[in-house]
Design a protein around this ligand. Structure first.
Ligand code: HEC
Length: 196
């Protein structure tokens, strides 16, 4: 667990430092930002999945849920600090109330919901652009997160979430809305923001 986190951190910082040398030479275009944010989104989701997988394998859902509850927040903060961007996961049916979408994120999530209804929410769907949020200009990248079978151990219904995980969740997240999901549902999105 520690080793894998360390590996993710080290490779991530290497990536950041190599990248920043290149970008200082030229002014970045919007497309440069787009590609950069896309790479960050993939790295972040990969990191979260790696931690989750390792913990589920070692200690089952209860270890997964107790460790991941804190690791997800730590990893989010670490990524955001390292790249000086705001990186987070957002969802209408969230577990952590910090993950409530802002108005731009909500609009994009609604778009993903309607794509899903039309069966058009494929894995290459993403959103990038300049937006106005609370009077400020921002650059934002988003990508949908879809529910897979392995997510149901902590985001499914009474039958799929083990009893000890349920008690942990009740205690730690009294306002938990992130249950009763089914495979293929829109779970939320990753959202990366830079203030301009
Ligand atoms: C071992 C339990 C566990 C499993 C399995 C799990 N999650 Fe979570 N998930 C959590 C916990 C705990 C949180 C709250 C983290 C926090 O406090 O930020 C969370 C939060 C999230 C969030 C942030 C939005 C929110 O609801 O607060 C997303 C998105 C998410 N999970 C997606 C997934 C997906 C997709 C999968 C399957 C690939 C998955 N999770 C599997 C425990 C789990």
């Amino acid at each position: 667990m520690k080793k894998i986190l360390l590996l993710i951190i080290v490779s991530f910082f290497l990536f950041v430092s190599c990248n920043s040398k290149e970008t200082k030479v030229n002014e970045k275009t919007l497309e440069d930002y787009h590609q950069e944010f896309k790479k960050y989104a993939n790295d972040y989701l990969f990191g979260l999945k790696a931690v989750l997988k390792r913990n589920l394998k070692n200690g089952g859902p209860i270890q997964g849920v107790t460790v991941c509850a804190d690791t997800a927040s730590d990893l989010t903060k670490m990524f955001s600090d390292a790249i000086e961007l705001d990186v987070r996961r957002v969802s209408f049916k969230n577990r952590n109330p910090k993950n409530v979408p802002d108005e731009v994120e909500a609009e994009i999530l609604h778009k993903y919901e309607s794509l899903l209804k039309k069966n058009k929410l494929t894995s290459d769907v993403e959103t990038f652009g300049k937006y106005k949020l609370n009077g400020k200009e921002i650059l934002r990248y988003m990508k949908p997160i879809i529910v897979e079978k392995k997510c149901l151990k902590c985001h499914g219904n009474m039958k799929t979430i083990p009893q000890n995980v349920r008690s942990f969740l009740r205690e730690k997240y009294p306002k938990d809305k992130a249950v009763n999901y089914k495979v293929g549902d829109l779970r939320g999105a990753i959202s990366i923001t830079k203030e301009l």
